[in-house]
Design a protein around this ligand. Structure first.
Ligand SMILES: [Zn+2]
Length: 342
């Protein structure tokens, strides 16, 4: 599918349609979302490889291309546009990073800063506090470290390690919908069944930003938003649990960082992953801007502050330019699997 997107994008660019559209069509606001950067050196991670996006070099090429067509804006400009109707005259884009992986501090921020791009960093607070990676990385770690040669899950026998990638995806899909698969007890049960001691080597901690690093990032100009506490799927939680999770996230962010975030991005973030009840809870807790994911471009002057749309940023620059020119063409791909969907 990535090749098909690239092919469509190349046709748009080669034909000159992309350039024409960017000059003539109504400006829009595209908000890119990323999670973590694919290292050039590390080919095989012991964690979830699907959450890695493009490399730092690819990110730099992408952003430099976007800067030739569009204005980078940060949370303040988004807020002023939405709430005070301050016009955005040019085609605009914003950059967001979700979760709290440490490569944001080491690799991403120095690049964004040099390009004068002000990102929003959405932090999921449990991992930063507990120093344990998120559930998708835990699932990947368990499967990749299992000594078993076969394992049956939901009636299908998986051969390991050959089919570990398929088993990881299958378990992650179950996690997103199965109410009972998601508490810390169930993860330990899974590890036990697969013969693994979860994070025995304690080598996950350096993958996650520290509170000290986040405080430095804020002092240097990064905006922090909330991304829930446990990063669970809100649509499978009770409303009371959703409220408790967001309250805990807010309380930790305020205690650790001394700032009350205006913005919230839903964990995972697609329309199946939260409900109208979730939105009402977030509004009642004072969030003024709420972001979804893989939901497309925003039309200027009609952005819904409680459903600010974002697209996956892990694209070839040609695809990003074509998407900026014709967002409606690319939205048909939004329900299909893409890189880094957490
Ligand atoms: Zn996330």
């Amino acid at each position: 599918m990535a090749n098909k997107k690239l092919l469509v994008s190349r046709v748009i660019e080669w034909s000159g349609l992309g350039l024409l559209a960017r000059q003539l069509r109504q400006p829009n606001l595209i908000i890119y979302n990323f999670h973590r950067i694919r290292s050039e050196e590390i080919l095989n991670s012991q964690f979830d490889e699907n959450v890695f996006g493009i490399t730092a070099g690819q990110l730099e090429r992408l952003l430099k291309t976007l800067l030739t067509y569009a204005e980078p804006i940060g949370e303040e400009e988004i807020y002023n546009h939405i709430t005070h109707r301050r016009p955005l005259t040019r085609r605009s884009f914003a950059v967001t990073f979700d979760d709290g992986y440490s490569d944001f501090y080491e690799v991403v921020w120095p690049l964004l800063r040099s390009l004068n791009i002000k990102p929003i960093l959405f932090i999921s607070t449990e991992a930063v506090t507990s120093r344990k990676l998120w559930w998708w990385d835990q699932i990947a770690y368990i499967v990749k470290h299992s000594p078993l040669r076969t394992w049956t899950w939901e009636g299908r026998k998986f051969h390991l390690p050959e089919e570990s990638g398929k088993l990881i995806l299958s378990l992650q899909r179950s996690y997103k919908t199965d109410v009972d698969f998601g508490n810390s007890k169930s993860m330990i049960t899974l590890a036990t069944q697969l013969g693994v001691t979860l994070f025995a080597e304690k080598n996950d901690s350096d993958q996650i930003l520290t509170w000290d690093q986040i405080r430095i990032l804020i002092s240097e100009g990064v905006t922090v938003g909330a991304h829930s506490h446990r990063h669970d799927i809100f649509s499978k939680m009770t409303l009371e649990d959703q409220r408790q999770d967001l309250e805990q996230c807010l309380s930790i962010l305020m205690q650790q960082l001394g700032v009350r975030p205006k913005s919230l991005a839903w964990p995972v973030g697609g329309y199946p992953h939260f409900t109208s009840g979730s939105v009402e809870i977030a509004k009642s807790l004072g969030f003024e801007m709420i972001y979804s994911f893989e939901t497309g471009a925003n039309s200027l002057n009609s952005v819904n502050p409680y459903n600010i749309k974002r697209v996956n940023g892990n694209n070839h620059p040609v695809v990003a330019c074509a998407e900026m020119a014709f967002p409606e063409i690319f939205q048909q791909y939004k329900s299909l699997p893409t890189i880094g969907e957490h």
